[in-house]
Write a protein that binds this ligand. Structure first.
Ligand SMILES: Cc1ncc(COP(=O)(O)O)c(C=O)c1O
Length: 380
C-alpha cells in the first residue's frame, strides 16, 4: 500500500529531538523554529515528559471514559488555575479540529442557532464544521459547504456588529493571532467590541487558541492581551507537546448534559499524563514568561535585521509566534534555511515566514537563527 499523497514533503527524515534541536537519520542537526507546526511547547523529548509518559505507559495505557479518570480531574484543576479559568469546565478530545467542532456544537445546542461569523483567512481545522468556518474554499468539500458561515474582515467591528444585530448568529469564532492566515492580530478595540456585541445579541464568542494559545503569545492565552473572556476557548497543539490532544474550556453558563458530547480516545490516561507533564514544565521552567521575553528579544533582533536587509518588509506577532513578511517568496528562503542552514521555519501565504519555536527557545538560539536567516537573505 502507498501513502495517500497529500503532503508536499521536505526530503528529511527527523529521528531525534532535544529542546529546540532535531536531528535527521544522517546525524545532521537542525535548529527548530517551527516546533512541528507549533506543537512542541516544552521542547523535544523533555526528560520530565519522557519519564512521566513512560511511567504511565508501564502502569496503564488506556481505559475508557466510562470510568473515573483522576488524571482528567487533576488536569482540569491545574489548567484552570494556571490559565486563570478556575470557574470554567474542561472537555477533552484529540485534536484542534475536534475542539472547534465541539465548541460550535455546544454554542448551537445552547442558543438553538445555526449561523456562524468567522474571520477572512481564518483556519480552524479540516472536519465538517471546523472546515466550514475555515476561509479556504480549496479544502471545503461540497458536503461541508452548508451555508452556515459569513466571513468578515478582522478588526472591522462595524461589519461584525451589523451581522450580529440580525439576532440569528450562533457563534463568532476568532483566532486572536491568526496562524495560517499570516500572523494577523486582533486589536483590543475589536476584541472588546465584539465581546460586548456578542453578549448583547445572545451570540457565543469562541476563541480558537489552538496555535496562538497555551503560552505561545507570552500570556497563557493570546486573548488575555486584549482583555476579553470568551465563552468557549479551544486548545490543542502545545497541550500535549506532541501527544495528540485537544480541549474546550467552557464557561459556567453551559450546563453539561449526559451523552450530549463524547469521545472514545479523548482525555485518555496517556494524553492527560502528557498534558500534566507539560504544565509541570511550564511552571518549573517559567516557559510562558520565557516565550514573552525571548519573543520580544527575537522580534527586536528581527527588526534590527530589517534595517540591514531590505527583504524584510514587516515583523509582527507576540511572544514566540512571529511573522516575518518578505518582499520575496518564502519558498526559496525556507528551502535554503533548511537545506543549507539546517533550520526549520513555518510559512504563511506566499511571502511570510512563520516562526513557531518551542517555548524554551533561548536568546542564544534566537541569535543563532538571526545569523542563519541573514546569511540566506544576503544571498537572495
Ligand atoms: C488556529 C488553528 N485551529 C485549528 C487547527 C486544527 O488543529 P488540528 O490539526 O489538530 O485538527 C489548527 C491547526 O493548524 C490551527 O492552527
Amino acid at each position: 500500500m502507498k501513502l495517500f499523497d497529500v503532503y508536499p514533503l521536505f526530503d528529511i527524515n527527523i529521528v531525534k529531538g532535544k529542546g529546540c534541536k532535531v536531528w535527521d537519520d544522517r546525524g545532521q542537526e537542525y535548529l527548530d523554529l517551527y516546533g512541528g507546526h507549533a506543537v512542541i511547547s516544552i521542547g523535544h523529548s523533555h526528560p520530565h515528559y519522557v519519564e512521566k509518559l513512560t511511567g504511565q505507559l508501564n502502569r496503564l495505557g488506556f481505559y475508557s471514559n466510562s470510568v473515573v479518570n483522576k488524571l482528567q480531574v487533576e488536569l482540569a484543576e491545574r489548567l484552570g488555575r494556571i490559565s486563570g479559568y478556575d470557574d470554567y469546565q474542561l472537555f477533552l478530545i484529540n485534536s484542534g479540529a475536534e475542539a472547534n467542532e465541539n465548541a460550535l456544537k455546544l454554542a448551537s445546542f445552547k442558543n438553538g442557532r445555526k449561523r456562524v461569523l468567522s474571520v477572512a483567512k481564518a483556519f480552524h481545522g479540516r472536519t465538517s464544521l471546523a472546515v466550514e468556518v475555515t476561509n479556504n474554499p480549496k479544502i471545503v468539500a461540497p458536503i461541508n459547504d452548508n451555508g452556515h458561515v459569513t466571513f468578515l474582515p478582522l478588526n472591522d467591528l462595524e461589519a461584525w456588529e451589523r451581522e450580529l444585530a440580525k439576532g440569528d448568529v450562533c457563534a463568532c469564532i476568532l483566532e486572536c493571532i491568526q496562524g495560517v492566515g499570516g500572523v494577523n492580530m486582533a486589536t483590543q478595540e475589536f476584541a472588546q467590541g465584539l465581546q460586548a456585541a456578542c453578549k448583547k445579541y445572545g451570540t457565543y464568542l469562541i476563541c480558537d487558541e489552538i496555535q496562538c494559545g497555551y503560552g505561545r503569545s507570552g500570556k497563557f492565552f493570546a486573548h488575555q492581551w486584549l482583555g476579553i473572556r470568551p465563552d468557549l476557548i479551544t486548545v490543542a497543539k502545545g497541550i500535549g507537546n506532541g501527544f495528540p490532544m485537544g480541549g474546550v474550556l467552557i464557561s459556567p453558563e453551559f450546563v453539561p448534559v449526559y451523552g450530549q458530547l463524547g469521545t472514545t480516545f479523548g482525555g485518555n490516561h496517556l494524553a492527560c499524563t502528557a498534558a500534566l507533564a507539560v504544565l509541570d514544565v511550564f511552571e518549573n521552567e517559567g516557559l510562558v514568561e520565557n516565550a514573552h521575553l525571548v519573543g520580544e528579544y527575537l522580534m527586536d533582533e528581527l527588526r534590527e535585521l530589517q534595517q540591514r536587509n531590505s527583504h524584510i518588509k514587516e515583523v509582527r506577532g507576540r511572544g514566540l509566534m512571529v511573522g516575518v513578511v518578505l518582499d520575496i517568496l518564502h519558498k526559496e528562503v525556507r528551502s535554503k534555511l533548511i537545506y543549507e542552514q539546517h533550520c526549520f521555519t513555518g510559512c504563511a501565504g506566499t511571502d511570510i515566514l512563520r516562526i513557531l519555536p518551542p517555548l524554551c527557545l533561548t536568546r542564544d538560539e534566537a541569535d543563532d537563527f538571526i545569523q542563519r536567516l541573514e546569511t540566506v537573505l544576503n544571498q537572495l
